[in-house]
Ligand binder design. Structure first.
Ligand SMILES: Cc1cc2nc3c(=O)[nH]c(=O)nc-3n(C[C@H](O)[C@H](O)[C@H](O)COP(=O)(O)OP(=O)(O)OC[C@H]3O[C@@H](n4cnc5c(N)ncnc54)[C@H](O)[C@@H]3O)c2cc1C
Length: 425
C-alpha cells in the first residue's frame, strides 16, 4: 500500500508535534510518525525527570498553536526570579561580601512581567500539542508501525514502514531527536563533540513552600542548578541539575536515596531548600552536535535532530521551537506562492534563518561553560566583574539575558557579522 502526504514529520516529540500543529490549519495532508507515544497525564503523578525551562518566545509559539492553555491546565511552575553566581576566590575576597558581590539576580518585575518563564515537564508539553492535533482530520498519526527505511535518492522521498507500507511526500522533516535516523538516511553530516562532564538530573521533594526562583551556581567542580516544579497533592518539588565528571556517574546513581539526598544537600549551595525525598534521578552525557546542513532536496531537520546544546541555560527546546516557527512560516508562505515544499530554494530559506542563529547560541553556551570552568585568576576576576556589572542593568538591557529569556529575537552583532548573516537580524 502507498500513501501520499504533503509532508511527513518523523518524530512527534515537543518539536515535531509543534510543527504539525503549526501546519495543520493550512489543510495540508500531514503524516506524523511516532515510535512511542507518552503515557497520559494523571494529576496525582509526581513530576517527571525530564523538564524544560520554557522562555517567552516558546510560550508565545505554544499560545499561537492553541496548546498553552492545555499545558497550564495540567501543571507548570512559573519562576519569577533567576539568579546566577560563582564562589569568588580572589585574594582580597572574604565571606558574605563575596556572594553579594558576584551574585546577579533578575526579577520579572524588572521587565514588567508576572514571571520570567516556566519549568514544565517535557511530556506535558508533548501531550498538550498532541491533544491539540486531534481536531485536525488532515493529520494522520502513525504509531506502532516503525519506520524501517527512508530513500532520499529520488524525488519525492519514500519511507517504508515495518508492515511494508510506503509513504510518499515532497518533504520529509526529521524531528526524531539527537540520534536522528532521518539525518543519517539523508546523509547529512554533523559536527559532534562530547563534554567531559555529564549532567545528573534529580527530581526531589522539598520542604514547602513552592519556590519561584531558579538559580545556577558555578563551582570548581561544575555548575549546580535548581529548578522549581509545580506542587502535587500539597507537596513541593524541584529539579536539581548536578554537573559531574563522567566517571562519577555510577557512584551518584548507585547511592541509596538517603545518602544521595545527603550528598546533594552538602554539595549544593546553602540556598537549596531542605530535601525530603528523592523521586527520580538519571545522568545524561552532554554532547554538542550540529548538523552541517539542515536541508537537502525533500528533507529538513528541526530541533535536536539538527542540534543539541549544553543545557547550561536551558535553551535546547527553545531553539527547537524557534526552528518550528521559522520552517512553518516559510512553508506556509511558499504554499501561498505556489512553490513546492521539497525544493532546495524554499528549504534553504529556513536553513539561512536558523543555522547561524543556533550556532551563535551554542558558542555562547560554550563561552559560559568553559569560561566558568577554569580558575585562571584574571579570567575569574573578569567574569566576576562581568556578573557584578550585569546585576546593575535591567534584564531587557542585557542583550544575552534578554535573548535567553526569549525577550528579543536575536543577539546584537557587530556590523561585519550582520552583513554576513542578514537573515539573523
Ligand atoms: C539534561 C538536560 C536538560 C535539559 N534542559 C532543558 C531546558 O531546561 N530547556 C530547554 O529548552 N531544553 C532543555 N534540554 C533540551 C531538550 O530536552 C531537548 O532540546 C528537547 O527534548 C528536544 O526535543 P525534540 O522534539 O527535538 O527531540 P526529542 O525530545 O528527542 O523527541 C524526538 C521524538 O522522535 C521520536 N522518534 C525518534 N526516532 C523515531 C523514529 N525512527 N520513528 C518515529 N519516531 C521517532 C522519539 O520517540 C521522540 O518522541 C535539556 C536536555 C538535557 C539533556
Amino acid at each position: 500500500m502507498t500513501t501520499d502526504f504533503d509532508i511527513i514529520i518523523v518524530g512527534a516529540g515537543m518539536v515535531g508535534s509543534a510543527l504539525a500543529c503549526a501546519l495543520a490549519p493550512s489543510g495540508a495532508r500531514i503524516g506524523l510518525l511516532e515510535r512511542e507515544l507518552p503515557p497520559s497525564f494523571d494529576p496525582a503523578q509526581p513530576p517527571d525527570l525530564r523538564v524544560s525551562a520554557i522562555n517567552y518566545a516558546s510560550i508565545e509559539l505554544l499560545s499561537r498553536l492553541g496548546a498553552w492553555p492545555r499545558v497550564l491546565e495540567k501543571r507548570a511552575c512559573p519562576f519569577r526570579q533567576l539568579a546566577v553566581w560563582e564562589k569568588l576566590e580572589l585574594p582580597f575576597s572574604r565571606g558574605e561580601f563575596d556572594s553579594r558581590f558576584n551574585r546577579t539576580c533578575f526579577d520579572a518585575k524588572q521587565v514588567d512581567q508576572a514571571q520570567l518563564g516556566y519549568i514544565i515537564e517535557n511530556r506535558l508539553i508533548q501531550l498538550a500539542l498532541l491533544e491539540q492535533l486531534e481536531q485536525y482530520p488532515n493529520i494522520q498519526l502513525i504509531t506502532r508501525n516503525p519506520l524501517v527505511q527512508a530513500d532520499f535518492g529520488q524525488q519525492p522521498p519514500r519511507l517504508t514502514l515495518e508492515d511494508g507500507t510506503t509513504l510518499i511526500a515532497p518533504l520529509v522533516v526529521g524531528s526524531d531527536g539527537a540520534n536522528s535516523r532521518i539525518r543519517q538516511w539523508a546523509q547529512i553530516g554533523q559536527f559532534a563533540d562530547a563534554y567531559a562532564q555529564h549532567a545528573l538530573l534529580a527530581t526531589v521533594e522539598i520542604e514547602p513552600p513552592q519556590q519561584d526562583i531558579t538559580w545556577q551556581a558555578f563551582t570548581p567542580t561544575g555548575p549546580l542548578a535548581f529548578l522549581p516544579l509545580a506542587d502535587v497533592g500539597g507537596k513541593s518539588y524541584a529539579s536539581l541539575v548536578w554537573y559531574h565528571q563522567a566517571q562519577q556517574g555510577p557512584e551518584l546513581l548507585g547511592m541509596p536515596d538517603g545518602e544521595f539526598l545527603q550528598a546533594a544537600q552538602t554539595t549544593f549551595p546553602r540556598e537549596l531548600p531542605p530535601l525530603k525525598a528523592l523521586v527520580a534521578r538519571g545522568s545524561f552525557p552532554l554532547v554538542k552536535r550540529h548538523a552541517l546542513n539542515y536541508v537537502k532536496p525533500g528533507v529538513a531537520l528541526v530541533g535536536d535532530a539538527a542540534h543539541t546544546i549544553n543545557p547550561l541555560a536551558g535553551q535546547g527546546v527553545n531553539l527547537g521551537f524557534k526552528d518550528v516557527a521559522s520552517l512553518a512560516r516559510i512553508l506556509l508562505e511558499a504554499r501561498q506562492h505556489g512553490e513546492g515544499w521539497g525544493t532546495l530554494e524554499v528549504l534553504q530559506r529556513y536553513e539561512r534563518e536558523r543555522h547561524t542563529a543556533n550556532q551563535l547560541m551554542m558558542n555562547l553556551m560554550d563561552l559560559f561553560y568553559y569560561g566558568f570552568s577554569n580558575s585562571i585568576a584574571p579570567i575569574k576576576l573578569l567574569r566576576n566583574l562581568g556578573l557584578a556589572a550585569a546585576s546593575l542593568a535591567k534584564p531587557a538591557q542585557r542583550p544575552v539575558i534578554a535573548y535567553a529569556l526569549g525577550l528579543r529575537d536575536s543577539l546584537p552583532l557587530p556590523a561585519f557579522l550582520r552583513e554576513r548573516v542578514p537573515n539573523l537580524i
